[in-house]
Design a protein around this ligand. Sequence first.
Ligand code: CA
Length: 427
Amino acid sequence: MRTTQAIRKLRAGSLLLIMAVVLVQCQEEQVESSTAGIAQTALEQEQAQEAEQSSVPPSPTEPFLINTFEIDQVRVVPIATGLANPWGMAFRDNGDILITERYTGKLRVVRDGKLLDSDISGMPEVYSEVFRAGLMAVAIHPGDDQIIYLTRTKAIMHEGEPNQAVSLVRARLVEDRLTDVQEIFVAKGVDSAIAASALLFTADGKLMMSVGGAYVFANTGELAQDPAVHYGKLLRLNDDGSAPSDNPFVDGGEFLPEVYSVGHRNQLGLAIHPQTGELWASENGPQGGDEANIVQAGKNYGWPYASYSRQYRGDWVSQTPWLAEYESPAVVWWPSIAPAALTFYSGEQFPEWQGNLFVGSMMEGRIPGTGHLERIVFNSRGQEIRREGLLKELKHRVRDVQQGPDGYLYILTDEEDGALLRLEPLI
Ligand SMILES: [Ca+2]
């Protein structure tokens, strides 16, 4: 640990030095492991990411058709291209689509089917100097379309040294400008490994907020079970960022009052099942063992003590894939698809797809250029019966998927030249 601390002292926000810290942490982890094989370090992941970013095909500019199992032909319409690593989107009552760009920290606007040149002004600062850090989710208050919520990585000082934290910002959006910008929640602990943070309002007006970052390779896996921090947890908040009085750990519970469920590695997607009302969340494993969980208040989802994942370097994360005291996933991916957003389709445009789960995949089987849109079909008892990978020909990372107010499916691809695509039936 002394080596790590020495490197931390030299750190001045530089990407190379932070990668070196993670590399040292990985090496320490390998020494501890008796089954360490050929190492896949965070540095190698960074390099793979860079290679992927430099070799991806450009975003499509013309509509094209895809074939699917239940629906023979579906039209894919590019609505906007040139989005810089978009992370999330939200639909406003006036038809605008708000889109976050992770590294630029910009909030972009698609209006009347066109991406505006100018972005929303008055945005809060984000820290985006390292891989995965930056601006993340955007959500709109269900009772007031002008109030928006954003999750971001922000720079903090921790014990006299620069570090990061995940925070939630609320603001009022008036005429393409943010006003009343307020940070209403900051995750307790430090985000040394860079957490994802997704948002979803539920029917009771509460805001679900994931705070990930519990990676074993970065020695932060234990955060998922740490009662003192918000990392590796799913949170449930009031619309002002406070903890609701009916949260599971409010009254002197084991975990912090904002915590809804624990034992999560890194959750990038949240969705409500349209029939059952269940809360579903996607969760990234390192290599295989990605999960979609049906999340319930106060439950423990087992990371890092029960997982179907292997470490990037090959050895199993846990001695057993499941334990009776933890909740098991509803869906497991092996090989991994790096699941991002997920949503259940419930619209009228694709009756054959009603009840299907759509999941954005950023990469399949740890091979760059294999991102796609995954469709999962369930029977009438909610049991999985079929999976289909769509849009593989794009070779793009699919970051967000949502059903628009018009019943079409909207997709964001997470590339330097990312796109907003719309799936429409061929009439
Ligand atoms: Ca789990």
